[in-house]
Ligand binder design. Sequence first.
Ligand SMILES: [Zn+2]
Length: 201
Amino acid sequence: MGQTTGVRFEAVFLDNNLPDDERIDRLIYWCHRFDKLGLAPKSAGNLSFRTKKGFIITATAVALRDAEKENLVEIVRVEVNEAGARVHVRGKVVPSKESVLHSGIYALRQGVNTVFHIHDQLVVELADELSLPCTEGEQPRGSYELVEEVNRVLRLNKDADYLVLRNHGIISMGETLDEAGRLVESTNKMAREIRQKGGGE
Ligand SMILES: [Zn+2]
């Protein structure tokens, strides 16, 4: 893949039906909770869970604190080429530009049904002290380079369900929404404990 900074991202709307799934309330719960806990500065992040046809994900340019059923979309197909990504969606809003990243993880990890991406700054800062798997260097947000690098780290760390995107954010994965959410909270707690002991300064 060549230089893909300023990646093209196109959403093709198959219909404007809102996604329907009993887990949606729980997804919204975690969006609001990460915002309240201060783990999503500027209320930014993208959260998704797997469905039979693809996955349901938060929208682009919608703060996590404002997440609601009306601004969730289901992605049923992702196409990637040198020029960028085209996603086929059901819903009313443009999905997160990190949708390709979520799609790559679901393809690689059959047991993962939830992918949460937020910007937990303390964990990002203390990634090495926490011995967390971490991407090398820093790839542009929403880029295919980032997707490839995350896939590389996941292949190297087959049992890892949490990884850090260097200088950027974190990804937490789980079989269920609550599993991925609790892992975010417990990792943040460990980071705060290190910081309280004066580590990583
Ligand atoms: Zn991010």
